[in-house]
Design a protein around this ligand. Sequence first.
Ligand code: 2AM
Length: 172
Amino acid sequence: MRLFIALNLNQDTRSRLLALRDALQAQSTQGRYSSPENLHLTLAFLGECSDKQAAAAKAAMNATAFEPLSVAIDCVGRFKRGGKDLWWAGVQRDKPLIDLQGRLSRKLTGAGFSLEKRKYSPHITLGRDVVTDCEPWPIEAFGETVRRMELMKSEQIKGKMVYTPIHEVPRL
Ligand code: 2AM
């Protein structure tokens, strides 16, 4: 199974993100856009995992200190991919978020996972393979307090990406 660890977002935040996605889509000639239920902030991408690795990922999550934290979205930007770019909503690099991602990554690395080596760039993907004349733009910040991190299974079902939580660390 293909796994990643994410902060999922409430309905209000997702509808604001959808408005950004729609604004982008309206000014694009091509692209594959995230569906509302798939909008999330990835903390760590684990890739293909065995049952044993999934258990190790759950243990690493449980062992990571986690307190509710605020996620603030303040721009729309892109990773350039030769004109078919990945566009995202940018998340502020607030210390509690960056620290959480660091703590979690260390637990996962200690458990044997090899993670993305690039600097963590917190983002929420709005669309892939997007062809547009748009330039990245700032927005008035919005967001929420997130109270759980979740281990997500990623599957392609009938041509559609489906993300399902299989473990959660809640702080209610
Ligand atoms: P992306 O949206 O920037 O592509 C589920 O696919 C989640 O895992 C997405 O948030 C995705 O990030 C991330 N992801 C997928 N493949 C990845 C990879 N090879 N390295 C890092 N993150 C990846």
